[in-house]
Design a protein around this ligand. Structure first.
Ligand SMILES: Nc1nc2c(ncn2[C@@H]2O[C@H](COP(=O)(O)OP(=O)(O)OP(=O)(O)O)[C@@H](O)[C@H]2O)c(=O)[nH]1
Ligand SMILES: [Mg+2]
Length: 371
């Protein structure tokens, strides 16, 4: 059965109702992708999150009461918490066997569900280890409980727990090192492949964009490469590359699709995915895919650009590709094209539908002209 979840969002008091609704909707979409079921939504307006528990104390008690009554399985907080804050919250809910996650935990669980390649799996494990923080010691204590048998009094058990925490920390540090060195090897491999492509004269174009904007669908439409296209967040977790012929310049270029971005992606997560994102970092040109129907388009464009800045590729040449034009009626499409053409003129906007393969020839022309 799908787990029952209470969603909690802590927002600054000045957040508009539309924005707060959009934030919770996005979290709910993530939860649906994970396979959970929302039973209660809670919003707390707060200028400064609580230092110890992020959620204010009164709110925590209120949530606990309702969680018991409704038999919730998880509390998911729509923010990025410090590991210590999640740990403190977990302790408040552990008696009821209710787990507490923040947004990063949820994203990592979705990643884990969708990962198919060894590289993606290792990157997720790395990000998870880094995100666990003091919760690692909880794992140490669990080891004690499982293996501790009734030996000795409370003092002895505590001593054993500390030993286990130390063992756990050492084990995790070693694991982190091993993953990093394995990922480096994979990255080296990618690098030599990239160099060989470069030597063959191929220019590279990377598709970037918010999750679910249609990146994989566009790669498939342009290159016939068989990739996973799904109405799910974070359907793609690795890099796929296809060959694209540009009739105007009579050249082939290589087009890559990769993991989608989302607002407030923690930097630790971005860096854990460095080897997958290397295609973006090394591309000659970026195609930034934007869902033209999204009423939060502007915020999502900014969120993608923030991640690109974090990857130090915000200075690269970038074409804005407005996708899913098939979903607009003629009048709204005309209006949208006129507005976006002037607003984003520095990014040579192109308007396409990856699904119905509309205007792809024009896109190829613009790509050819920009390479
Ligand atoms: N109507 C319409 N739907 C589209 C279009 N392009 C993509 N979609 C749909 O949008 C959803 C997401 O498409 P994907 O290509 O998987 O999106 P993505 O950007 O790769 O998503 P992630 O890999 O999850 O980040 C799918 O249900 C697609 O069928 C389009 O031009 N028109
Ligand atoms: Mg995809």
């Amino acid at each position: 059965m799908n787990p029952k979840v209470i969603l909690v969002d802590i927002i600054p008091p000045q957040t508009t109702p539309e924005e707060s609704m959009a934030r919770l909707n996005e979290l709910e979409n993530l939860l649906v992708t994970f396979g959970g079921f929302v039973i209660i939504r809670k919003i707390q307006k707060k200028q400064m999150p609580d230092y110890k528990t992020y959620i204010g104390k009164g709110k925590v008690d209120e949530i606990l009461e309702e969680a018991i009554e409704k038999k919730a399985d998880y509390i998911i907080v729509n923010n990025i918490l410090r590991p210590q804050q999640i740990y403190n919250l977990e302790r408040k809910f552990e008696k009821e066997k209710i787990e507490v996650w923040d947004k990063v935990d949820l994203i990592l669980k979705i990643f884990a569900k969708h990962a198919t390649t060894k590289e993606a799996k290792m990157q997720i494990e790395l990000a998870s280890l880094r995100h666990l923080g003091p919760r690692i010691s909880k794992m140490g204590l669990e080891l004690t409980r499982q293996g501790g048998g009734g030996a000795g009094g409370g003092g002895a058990r505590r001593g054993q727990g500390e030993t286990n925490i130390e063992i756990m920390k050492r084990h995790i540090a070693k694991r982190e090192q091993k993953i990093c060195s394995d990922l480096k090897k994979i990255e080296k491999n990618h690098e030599s492949q990239r160099n060989s492509r470069k030597n063959h004269g191929f220019k590279t174009v990377a598709i970037v964009g918010y999750t679910n904007a249609g990146k994989s669908c566009l790669l498939k439409a342009l290159t016939k490469k068989e990739v996973k296209v799904k109405n799910e967040l974070f359907a793609t977790l690795d890099s796929r590359i296809g060959k694209l012929y540009l009739p105007d310049t009579q050249n082939n270029c290589l087009l890559s699709d990769t993991i989608g971005f989302i607002r407030d992606l923690p930097t630790e997560l971005i860096h854990a995915f460095h080897s997958t994102l290397a295609e973006v970092i090394n591309a000659d040109l970026l195609l930034h895919i934007i869902d033209i129907n999204d009423f939060e388009m502007k915020q999502k464009i900014d969120a993608v650009n923030d991640v690109l800045k974090e990857l130090e590729c915000d200075k690269k040449k970038m074409i804005y590709v407005f996708n899913k034009t098939d979903l607009l009626d003629e009048e709204n499409l005309k209006k949208g094209i006129k507005n976006h053409k002037s607003q984003f003129k520095n990014h040579s906007p192109v308007f396409v539908s990856a699904l119905s393969k509309t205007n792809l020839e024009e896109l190829k022309r613009v790509i050819g002209g920009s390479l």
